[in-house]
Design a protein around this ligand. Structure first.
Ligand code: IMP
Ligand code: MG
Length: 185
């Protein structure tokens, strides 16, 4: 690999990452998703539920791209340790809004094994919302282990670890404005 490409690499904690999705690519995709959601929910007042921590940046940009009357809330779930999903989902902050009879859009930064979202879908169905749709910025189809219908997908990506735009590696890298992929060498 040439020196010029290598100089764009960044270090997050002990690992090296290379540019993967630019700020511009992310912003134009988020705008498109916002327009699509705006069309689909005309005349409705959905509640967006983002899954913390990773989704906070995507949620902020997506909601400003949706020209709709809407509400929002957050839950905090976690399943990841380091570079891999632990397979066990812990709820650290639960649902604080009454969602019975409401249209729900769940906002995820990334769907990897699908364990987190599968678990959360089962939880919220108990509260009898009118409808539930799923929006994710990133989707790794090769990692998926649960049957899931994703309604809004930003990018389908290879099964490689990524950081930035809210996504972390052991809590580092969330504030990077673009998305970087782990260098595999
Ligand atoms: P899942 O339960 O395996 O689908 O994983 C979902 C959660 O794991 C996401 O909300 C992220 O917080 C985290 N995650 C999955 N893949 C990555 C990655 O490539 N980079 C950083 N976090 C990830
Ligand atoms: Mg994470």
């Amino acid at each position: 690999m040439s020196e010029t490409v290598k100089t764009n690499r960044i270090r997050v904690l002990d690992l090296e990452f290379e540019p993967f999705l630019s700020k511009e690519q992310i912003s134009s995709t988020v705008d498109k998703l916002g327009k699509q959601i705006t069309q689909d929910y005309l005349g409705k007042k959905p509640i967006f539920i983002a899954i913390l921590n990773g989704s906070y940046v995507f949620m902020a940009d997506l909601l400003r791209a949706c020209k709709l009357e809407c509400e929002m809330t957050f839950v905090k779930l976690s399943s990841y340790q380091g570079l891999e999903s632990s397979g066990v989902v812990a709820t650290q902050i639960g649902l604080s809004l009454d969602i019975r009879g409401r249209d729900i859009i769940i906002v995820e930064d990334i769907i990897d094994t699908g364990t987190t979202i599968h678990h959360f879908l089962q939880q919220i169905k108990k509260f009898e919302p009118a409808s539930v749709k799923l929006a994710t910025l990133l989707f790794k189809p090769k990692a998926l282990q649960h049957p899931l219908k994703i309604d809004y997908t930003g990018f389908e990506i290879p099964n490689r670890f990524v950081v930035g735009y809210g996504l972390d590696y052991n809590e580092a890298g969330r504030n990077l404005p673009a998305i970087y992929q782990l260098v595999s060498e």
